[in-house]
Structure formats: structure tokens, C-alpha cells
Design a protein. Structure first.
Length: 378
């Protein structure tokens, strides 16, 4: 398993890779990991620690592949986790030359950096990248359609939505009440937002919708969980959001939480009455933060998109909006005023999450691996 991020890195793909490797191993598979060093040590069994995206890391991976002779090489691809370099394309070419079957999971379909203002030309390296794979995995139909546009010859592809970034841990009701009291929200309607923060998460729309809803729901608070450590550009972005919250009169109702250990983040998710996650590109199968909220059985208000996961159903397992502050605010008011709707969506979210557990995701990967090996043997 090769990835530009892994356990200990602050990234949805890092969480994804960690859970996938753990659950593949629970199924009895022997999985070696090649990834940069994070805060947690790499698994000890023939792990390859990478340093940058040059020839040295390529050499270390290929040396390990030749030495261990794996049945399959699986590469996790997202542009940013390789710093938008051509490293994944170079690696795929070398793996293909070695004769090992290569599975590539696309977490996005953005191409590497070529030169300023390259535009659609950045997609060109993806064409050969795709052809060097024996099998592809994507999280949604939209990414699969984009890969089909890039290559007329597409390897066998499977669609597997990402799982929850945080696996829920049980939290007794008395602990929920205690944490709510500790945060000063015992009697308040607590609206949550979860996930690593960046501008595509629609935080400005979140603030606007909360401001509109709070005109009718007087005793409500907004808690933003997992916003990284607010350094560098994120610190400047947080200041922008705080200034904006002050201008629209909701700054005293906001609670900002940094990234925290999974168990602690799970505890904060459980104290929320509902979640608002207004993704600019809509809810899709690639949003681990969304699946985390659903796995905790939380009623989620989110946005329609072009790459909607087929299992999403408005008013059954989440509440879908057009993405405007007005429509999201209407959803907040509706769900907070109707406990039966919240309960129905919560139960639907739990049922949906059962079909998207990490155990099932690992099983689907195992089926893809086995089908690939059978096809190569025939």
C-alpha cells in the first residue's frame, strides 16, 4: 500500500489509508505500507519510510517491491498528498515495468503541477497514469466519468465510497450531559460542523445560515470540530471567519475546536443535535467527514451535488438543500423544531452507515484484488 499520507497526518486520505490497512489485516491479508513518516510509526512489517518525491523514494519503493514480491501493489492517489508532483505517474510506470499488478484509488482527478496556468493540460499525465493500472477504484460516479473522458481504454474500475474518518465509540447519556454542561450548552440546541477546514467546505455559508436560523431559534450554538491547529493560512482564514461572525452578530455563539484525537472528536460529535456540512461541490462518496457524522447517527444537513452517492435520500438519511444560506437555515429550523424528523433521519443515517462500514469496505477491496488476480491467472 503506497500513500503520500498515513496515520498521524492531518488528512482525510491519511485516516482513510489507516482504517483500510487495519481492516484488510483483520481479514488476514499481509499489508506493507510505504508512506512518509507521520506522528505515528509506520507498521513494522516491511514498512518503507519515504522522504520527499524524488528518485530516492522511487528507488526505496521499487527495491521493497522486488524484495517482497507482493501479489498486488495498491497506490492511493490524490494530487496534494504528493505535493502536485509527477511522482505517482513515474511510480506507476515503474510498477508496470516490473510486471506487478497495480491498483490505483483516485481520491480526486486533478492532475499534477506542470507550469503556471496549465489549466486542462494538467490532466494529460493522468492518461498514461490510468493506462499503467490494472484496476481502478473511485469513490463516486463523477470521478469515474472523468477518468473515462481521459482514457478510451479504462482498466476495470470499482466504486467504493470512503468510510468514516472516525469510527464511533459508545458514549453513555450521562457523559453526553456532562460534556454539554462542561461546554456551557446544557440547554442549547447545538449545531455542529465536522472536518478539516478549507474554503471548499462552505464555512461562510455555514455562518450565514446559522445567523438566519438563530433569529428564530434563540438558544442555539454552533460548534466547529476538527479545524486543524489554525496555523499559517488556516489561522488567517479563521480570523476572516471570526471577523465575519462578529459582523453578523454570532461570534459569541461559536465554539471553535482544533483537531483532536479520534476518541475525543467522537465525544464532541455525540453532543451535537444536528450537523450542517454545506460542501460547495455537494455531498458525494468522497466525503469522509460526512460519513463520520452519519456513522454517529447524527441528522445531517448538506447540499445537493453532481456526484451524489446513490444511497443518499432526502428526509430519510440526511436533509439535502440547494446550498443557499436561506435553504440551509430553513433545514436547521425544521429539524430543530421537529424531533420526529430528526429521529427518522438519525435512524436512516445509522442504517446507511452499516452498509458503509470499514469491514464492508475492506471486503469490497478484497473482492477487487481477488478478481484481478483471477483475471491475470486465466
Amino acid at each position: 500500500m503506497i500513500s503520500g499520507v498515513y496515520k498521524g497526518d492531518k488528512s482525510g486520505v491519511a485516516d482513510y489509508c489507516g482504517h483500510l490497512v487495519d481492516h484488510l489485516r483483520l481479514q488476514g491479508m499481509e499489508v506493507s505500507v510505504a508512506a512518509p513518516a507521520g506522528k505515528e510509526a509506520l507498521p513494522e512489517d516491511r514498512a518503507v519510510e519515504l522522504y520527499g518525491w524524488g528518485g530516492a523514494s522511487l528507488y526505496r519503493i521499487m527495491t521493497a517491491i522486488h524484495a517482497s514480491n507482493p501479489d498486488i501493489v495498491h497506490l492511493q492517489y490524490q494530487t496534494d498528498i504528493y505535493e502536485a508532483t509527477l511522482f505517482p505517474m513515474r511510480l506507476a510506470r515503474e510498477v508496470r515495468r516490473s510486471g506487478r499488478p497495480l491498483v490505483i484509488t483516485f481520491h480526486d482527478t486533478h492532475g499534477p503541477f506542470l507550469f503556471p496556468r496549465a489549466g486542462r493540460l494538467r490532466k494529460l499525465p493522468l492518461c498514461g497514469f490510468i493506462r499503467n493500472a490494472s484496476s481502478l477504484i473511485v469513490s463516486n460516479e463523477g470521478d469515474l466519468a472523468e477518468l473515462r473522458r481521459l482514457s478510451s481504454i479504462l482498466p476495470v474500475a470499482g466504486i467504493i465510497p470512503v468510510g468514516p474518518g472516525i469510527i464511533p465509540t459508545d458514549m453513555p447519556k450521562d457523559e453526553v450531559a456532562s460534556l454539554r454542561k462542561e461546554r456551557g450548552v446544557s440547554d442549547a440546541a447545538l449545531i455542529g460542523h465536522f472536518g478539516f477546514i478549507h474554503k471548499a467546505k462552505g464555512l461562510d455559508i455555514l455562518l450565514d445560515s446559522f445567523a438566519l436560523a438563530s433569529r428564530q431559534v434563540k438558544n442555539c450554538r454552533l460548534i466547529i470540530i476538527g479545524g486543524l491547529d489554525w496555523k499559517g493560512e488556516l489561522a488567517a482564514y479563521k480570523r476572516e471567519l471570526e471577523d465575519y461572525a462578529g459582523r453578523i452578530g454570532i461570534d459569541e455563539r461559536l465554539i471553535w475546536l482544533p483537531t483532536m484525537p479520534e476518541r475525543e472528536a467522537s465525544r464532541y460529535l455525540y453532543i451535537c443535535d444536528l450537523m450542517v456540512m454545506p460542501y460547495e461541490d455537494g455531498a458525494s462518496g468522497r466525503r469522509s467527514s460526512l460519513f463520520t457524522a452519519l456513522a454517529h447517527g447524527l441528522p445531517v444537513i448538506t447540499t445537493y451535488g453532481n456526484n451524489m452517492f446513490a444511497g443518499f435520500s432526502h428526509d430519510e438519511n440526511l436533509w439535502l438543500t440547494d446550498g443557499s444560506a436561506e435553504d440551509i437555515a430553513a433545514g436547521i429550523i425544521k429539524l430543530l423544531s421537529d424531533a420526529s424528523v430528526r429521529r427518522r433521519i438519525s435512524e436512516g443515517a445509522r442504517r446507511l452507515s452499516e452498509s458503509l462500514s470499514w469491514e464492508r469496505i475492506a471486503c469490497e477491496h478484497a473482492h477487487i484484488y481477488q478478481a484481478l488476480l483471477r483475471s491475470l491467472a486465466s
